[in-house]
Write a protein that binds this ligand. Structure first.
Ligand code: NAP
Length: 437
């Protein structure tokens, strides 16, 4: 018998646990720990609430969580309830699947003004992450700026633009649904520091902007390179750029009151305002030879009482684990961070790729672990779960197992607004109460 601990119950954590069960069968015990009383990490708190089909992957993770030999233990805080050193003592190998939940800072003057929020906070707010339940972003409008040209910027712009009707079938939390229903935001500027050929937006997600009930996407045809240049793009990007061309051709739909303005070659220099965000000062850029954004010296102001920076994430450091400040993640070689300590997903690679990208990641690390501890080999003399359980009991930590998460899930489903799959509980104490703890 071997004992493994996976820290974090998002996609990377579950794919790793799945791969370990496949490699070891009955010969391993796997504990999946999460600091929150609920599983699924990015699926619950990152994937947009109106993208329910993507969230359906949690059914696969549920199968893993209920596989014999696998336990989910929510409400266990690495660092506070148990240290890495202790986990490495109890388990044969420890896998960090802690994601990248912290926002990268813009690092420009005014980025700490009220009204400036990072995407982790904003997305966490509308997705019911307990850390951001009290964010209360200023939605009085009339203008918001979203910084970045990736899929998260698209998610944020779309959520800001949707009408209440368009959230039917989603699991957007009540506090965000109500605040957005009363929003005065009419203009959403998407600030990209480079051009249409440099976007990191995927075609399906970008295409959705063309079907919003109350908002039109606006692209200036003059920002687009000559159409012939699209041929050199990789197919996905070419499709995305085709959407931009469609938006540019269609122009504004005067029957729709909201605008999503693609402002390309626009690099934020500062955020200004009287004690709160009122405008973003932007420098016009051009593409340098190496593809980077080069300032032209021409500046202008974009009005915005809400500024959401969607410029990427970082993994928080963990005491006792090597950390690369510059990369914002754990340095590793093929997922190996240190002896018997591994990283997967965004904690390993940084915040890129789709949910499926985490699957090969988890399998690769499971393979490395299986090479170190051959499944047919001798048994471990480490205490595994029994050791952890004793320690947590002594420390007064009350883990939430998967069967008690199901009680939370049932309470959330029962509380759903008509047409929606669930109404998430957004406070840890409410989650614990619903779990029976
Ligand atoms: P991303 O794809 O890396 O995009 C980050 C954007 O921020 C880029 O446009 C980047 O521009 C810009 N940026 C970075 N630093 C900046 C700065 N200092 N000033 C101005 N702009 C800056 O990251 P993401 O949007 O956070 O997404 C993370 C990952 O999740 C991606 O792999 C994404 O595809 C995925 N995701 C997928 C979905 C979906 O499939 N539905 C939804 C959400 C997220 P440069 O290119 O110039 O650096």
């Amino acid at each position: 018998m071997r004992h493994f601990a996976v820290i974090g119950s998002g996609p990377a954590g579950f794919y790793t646990a799945e791969a370990l069960t496949k490699a070891y069968g009955e010969r391993a015990r796997i504990d999946i720990l999460d600091r929150l009383p609920v599983p699924y990490g990015l699926i619950r708190f990152g994937v947009a609430p109106d993208h329910q089909s993507i969230k359906a992957v949690s059914k696969r993770y549920e199968k893993v969580a209920t596989t014999p030999g696998v336990r989910f233990l929510g409400n266990v805080h690495l660092g506070a309830d148990v240290s890495i050193e202790e986990l490495l003592h109890y388990y044969d190998a420890v896998v960090l699947a802690t994601g990248a939940p912290h926002d990268r800072r813009l690092g420009i003057p005014g980025d700490d003004l009220p009204g400036v929020v990072g995407s982790a906070a904003f997305v966490g707010w509308y997705n019911g992450h307990p850390d951001f339940a009290d964010l209360d972003p200023p939605l009085h409008g009339p203008a918001a700026a979203v910084i970045g040209n990736g899929n998260v910027a698209l998610d944020v712009a779309r959520i800001l633009a949707k009408t209440p009707d368009e959230f039917v079938g989603s699991d957007i939390v009540g506090h965000a649904f109500e605040a957005l229903a009363g929003s005065g935001i009419r203009s959403i500027s998407l600030l990209g520091r480079r051009g249409p050929h440099q976007i990191a937006m995927t075609p399906k997600e970008l295409g959705e902007l063309g079907y919003l009930r109350a908002a039109t996407p606006l692209v200036d045809l003059a920002d687009l390179p000559p159409a012939e240049a699209d041929a050199a793009l990789e197919p996905g990007l070419r499709k995305s750029v085709a959407h931009l061309r469609d938006f540019a051709r269609a122009g504004p739909d005067e029957t729709k009151p909201k605008r999503i303005l693609f402002d390309f070659f626009a690099k934020p220099l500062a955020i200004e305002g009287d004690g709160k965000a009122e405008r973003v000062i932007v420098e016009r850029t051009r593409l340098a030879e190496d593809g980077s954004a080069q300032g032209t010296g021409e500046t202008y102001a974009v009005d915005a009482s809400l500024v959401v920076s969607c410029i990427g994430y970082q993994t928080p450091a963990i005491p006792g684990v090597p950390y690369d400040e510059k990369l914002g993640r754990f340095p590793n070689s093929g997922g190996r961070i240190a002896e018997r300590l591994y990283g997967v997903g965004w904690a390993r690679r940084g915040p890129t790729g789709t949910i499926g990208t985490n699957r090969p990641d988890g399998f690769e690390v499971a393979e490395a672990i299986a090479a170190l501890f051959p499944p047919e080999g001798e048994s471990s003399d480490r205490p595994g779960s029994a050791g952890l359980d004793r320690l947590l009991a002594v420390r007064g930590c009350d883990p939430v197992p998967f069967e008690d998460w199901r009680k939370i899930e049932a309470a959330e489903v029962a509380a759903a607004r008509a047409g929606n799959p669930r109404e998430k509980l957004v406070r840890v104490e409410d989650l614990l109460r619903a779990s029976g703890h």
